[in-house]
Write a protein of this length. Structure first.
Length: 244
């Protein structure tokens, strides 16, 4: 990874940032090779997602923009590789947004148990002040990975032991493969039916299951998607991780 580059490692939509006992805000949590970013706020949606129909719900706008950051800026699918950190200028300055340097994180803990939703608790230093936040995941189940698992990645980023690789670029978004690449940008494992439904919902098109399966297999052959099998023999796909 060259100096000045920033690689997106993971992202999760609909995450709650707790700001005290009676106050919280929901947005998208993004882990990159240098920062943990929390982006939210209805007042910022238009500049945060300028290619989405204004009639869409706020949560869909935020999720869509987060998923397509690289398609807009670097044409590389859901794993964002920035040659210039200024390309993150599409996320507007707001008191609701957080940009936490990995190097400034002083402590981190994560919970993922039977009681309570997966979460991350952080303490970090910013402009000479100690700050803390708790992030709580709201969407779980199926193949979704808990944000509490990010703890290990963040710790390894802090000590420089996390190995990161460049990943294959996404096909153009005007192709079916490019549309599938876009919905797979969240690094979550998904079956062909879920992929088909998400592409149809986002792009307002009707798809044939066979063409979706063929497109997924093509993305696997190109090194963009990884194919996984569960214990029942079901097939799932996931964007190839930048983590070695």
């Amino acid at each position: 990874m060259s100096n000045g580059s920033e690689v997106m490692i993971a992202q999760e939509q609909a995450v709650i940032c707790k700001k005290g006992l009676l106050k919280s805000v929901q947005g998208t949590l993004i882990l990159t090779s240098t920062r943990l970013i929390f982006a939210c706020g209805a007042e910022d949606i238009e500049s945060f997602t300028n290619q989405v129909d204004k009639k869409e719900p706020a949560s869909e706008k935020i999720a869509d923009r987060s998923r397509n950051l690289a398609l807009d800026l670097e044409s590389q699918g859901g794993i964002v590789v920035f040659s210039d950190v200024d390309s993150l200028g599409s996320i507007p300055a707001s008191p609701l947004n957080l940009f936490i340097p990995i190097s400034g994180i002083k402590s981190i803990s994560g919970h993922h148990g039977i009681a309570g939703m997966p979460n991350l608790k952080l303490e970090w230093s910013e402009a000479g002040r100690d700050r803390q936040s708790e992030f709580e995941q709201t969407l779980t189940g199926g193949k979704k990975k808990p944000i509490s698992d990010w703890k290990e990645w963040i710790q390894k980023l802090r000590d420089g032991s996390l190995k990161i690789q460049m990943t294959s670029p996404a096909p153009p978004e005007d192709t079916l493969e490019g549309k599938i690449a876009a919905v797979m940008g969240d690094l979550q494992e998904k079956g062909p039916l879920e992929i088909e439904e998400q592409v149809e919902t986002i792009y307002k098109i009707d798809l044939d299951p066979d063409e979706v399966q063929h497109a997924c297999e093509k993305l696997v052959s190109q090194g963009f998607l990884a194919v996984l099998k569960d214990s029942s023999g079901g097939t799932f796909y996931r964007k190839v991780s930048p983590i070695i």
